[in-house]
Design a protein around this ligand. Structure first.
Ligand code: WT7
Length: 635
């Protein structure tokens, strides 16, 4: 079966087939990929443990699908086009042949530095082609990569390295983002003080920031490459991986204080990202595709690297930010490379909207054919702006709903196939079986209903476990409702059967498309020496989607409130990273708690939203007076 779909009728037919006959459906999809050995069974599963196995018995290497199999056909086609942060610096193009060669070379570097199948390797790098090369080189030798986004602090990196027991780190001296220089190696050095499993650090030269290279531990990327060249660039055959061997770990926040390592495995993830990329964007050979995400997040893994490359696409990778040197940067890039498909986040669209139409003047966007949105609900105003001013009303917008745990897009329009509706992720992709449940886990059938979003049948791209703690995977995703995967999202299904995702129903915030656990931020705030206790909730933010609002109990606070606020922000920045900084900090004398000591977040959320008209029942509170005080002091 081909991966793309050409009409809405065809979608409905294929969807029905995928639900009535999932094994046959996924086997036919999987035929589009290259296997060393085909599978014995398509899927074996139970959601109780959970135990999920796709394409069991098969062997493969995902990099053979992303690289080797394209060499004879489209070897000279650009695989990665790289646009640097500074528009004055030259861009780079890597054809499939060149990318293949660089991945093999660097895979040999990894081997020379002791890396082998099953090892965990932490990657903390700027958005340069070498980041994609590092990711693919790990996959080539069967090492499990754990990419950590460049905006996380030393402490966050250390937690992740320790949790996964990484033995090797790949980083760069520094990276550029707008006018900022990020001292990546120095952050790694701070992290490694606590990490005793790490034996080698490979450092790419990027910013020429001075770094301290520790003898025996730290080596330069370029020096290591030279050694491989001196050996005459030996080939690097891809490691033969079992379908369910682990491909990577990606840490993401949940409702507890500690991020969890979402584990994806080789075959299912490859099939799912490749399929959904080709299908949702209706990718046509030769099209230039630009996803503005960072490879540090799942969107970058699935839709800058693995999905597009497995389909022989040209993936444009951008190092910088949308607003530097000015708010026309994306449009300059679209014009410069004649981009056909643009996949970005609502927060970026809202931020660019706030600059008005001037940055668009004189920009030729006529190459654009399809637009995508990802990461958070897109409000109607942003949707219409995207449609009108970027797509000029001739490009379909695919509002793609999915999660780190899903591996790839789950509910989304298919470009040029599914009639769209602003604010709606529309319909499930073939193979995806969503259900809406009430609090008790009863399925709510029919249209015009709302509730919590679950998925009742496995899909190849789903997480298999949370690294080192399978029980946590079970309780977080499979225990809330029996025999279903629980997404943590609320949604509604309208009269047409279209899905609208309304946002998280747990204590997870979505700030500028970044997932942040309120408990994590509270833990960080509570580390500040004058803080006794805190509660963090989200509030609607015009650009970020959600802002971080912290209610903080600081009894010794006298007249230095502003300085303490800054100290708290600094503490969060140190413990988690700048992305989790509270936008608002309100000092309070106490938090609203029930007699059993539970914080009533519902009340705090209402106050943070600025809606104090109906706070609901407050009589069960230990001290109802505290609510009046908090209301009066709301920011
Ligand atoms: C959460 C997952 C999807 C990859 C990037 C984020 C929210 C994501 C949408 C959308 C409404 C969305 C959900 C989800 N979300 N896409 N199109 N419409 N909400 O991955 O960090 O794992 O976050 O992002 O709340 O649960 P993530």
């Amino acid at each position: 079966m081909k991966l793309t779909i050409d009409s809405f009728e065809e979608y409905k037919k294929i969807y029905d087939y995928s639900v009535s006959n999932p094994e046959a459906f996924w086997a036919e999809i999987a035929e589009n990929f290259q296997w060393r050995k085909k599978w014995d069974t398509v899927v074996k599963w139970n959601f109780k443990e959970p135990n999920i196995r796709w394409f069991d018995g098969a062997t493969l290497n995902i990099t053979e699908n992303c690289l080797d199999r394209h060499l004879d056909t489209i070897g000279d086609r650009p695989a990665i086009i790289w646009e640097p942060n500074d528009p004055e610096e030259s861009h780079r193009v890597l054809t499939y042949k060149q990318l293949h060669e660089k991945v093999c070379q660097f895979a040999n570097v990894l081997k020379n530095n002791g890396a082998k199948k099953g090892d965990r390797i932490c990657i903390y790098m700027p958005m340069v082609p070498e980041l994609a090369i590092a990711v693919l080189a790990c996959a080539r030798i069967g090492a499990i990569h754990s990419v950590v986004f460049g905006g996380f602090s030393a402490q966050s990196i250390a937690d992740r390295i320790q949790d996964a027991g990484c033995t090797l780190v790949i980083t760069a001296d520094g990276g550029f983002r707008g006018t900022k220089e990020i001292p990546l190696k120095s952050v790694i050095d701070d992290a490694l003080v606590q990490c005793h499993t790490v034996q080698k650090v490979i450092v790419l030269t990027r910013s020429r920031t001075p770094v301290s290279m520790i003898k025996g531990r730290d080596v330069w990327w370029e020096d290591e490459l030279k050694k491989v060249e001196t050996m005459g660039n030996p080939p690097c055959p891809a490691e033969e991986m079992a379908a369910e061997d682990e491909l990577f770990i990606l840490y993401t926040s949940g409702s507890t204080g500690k991020p969890k390592g979402v584990v994806h495995t080789c075959a299912g993830y490859m099939v799912y990202t490749g399929y959904t990329f080709a299908n949702v964007f209706n990718y046509q050979p030769g099209e230039i595709y630009f996803c503005t995400a960072d490879i540090g997040w799942i969107t970058g893994h699935s839709y800058i690297v693995y999905g597009p490359l497995s389909q022989g696409a040209t993936s444009l990778m951008f190092e910088g930010i949308p607003t530097w040197p000015d708010a026309g940067r994306f449009w300059d890039i679209v014009q410069k490379y004649q981009v056909n498909i643009l996949y970005t986040a609502p927060t970026a669209i809202r931020s660019l909207m706030s600059f008005g139409l001037e940055p668009l003047e004189g920009k030729d966007l006529s190459s654009l054919k399809k637009l995508g949105s990802v990461g958070e609900p897109i409000n109607e105003e942003a949707w219409h702006w995207y449609d009108e001013h970027i797509g000029k009303r001739k490009c379909p917008i695919v509002d793609t709903w999915w999660q780190t745990e899903n591996g790839g897009i789950m509910i989304s329009p298919i470009a040029n196939v599914t009639p769209t509706k602003p604010g709606y992720a529309t319909l499930p992709l073939p193979g995806v079986q969503p259900v809406i449940v009430d609090e008790n886990g009863n399925e709510i059938a029919g249209n015009g209903v709302s509730g919590n979003l679950c998925i009742k049948f496995p899909w190849p791209g789903m997480l298999r476990t949370t690294y080192g703690d399978h029980e946590r995977c079970r309780t977080t995703y499979f225990a809330t409702y029996p025999d279903m995967y629980f997404t943590g999202d609320g949604c509604l299904r309208d009269e047409d059967g279209y899905y609208r995702i309304t946002g998280r129903v747990d204590d997870v915030l979505n700030v500028s498309g970044h997932r942040i656990g309120t408990a994590e931020v509270e833990n960080a705030i509570n580390m500040h020496s004058s803080v006794v206790e805190s509660a963090v909730v989200g509030y609607p933010h015009d650009i970020k989607g959600q802002g971080v609002y912290a209610f903080v109990v600081c009894p010794e606070l006298h007249d230095d409130a502003d300085l303490t606020r800054k100290d708290i922000v600094m503490t969060v920045s140190r413990i988690i990273g700048p992305i989790a900084k509270p936008d608002k900090i309100q000092f309070v004398s106490g938090l609203p708690k029930t007699r059993s000591g539970k914080i009533m977040r519902r009340i705090l959320r209402k106050i943070a939203e600025g809606d104090t008209s109906n706070l609901g029942d407050t009589t069960t509170l230990l001290d109802p007076a505290v609510v009046e005080e908090i209301k009066a002091g709301a920011l």
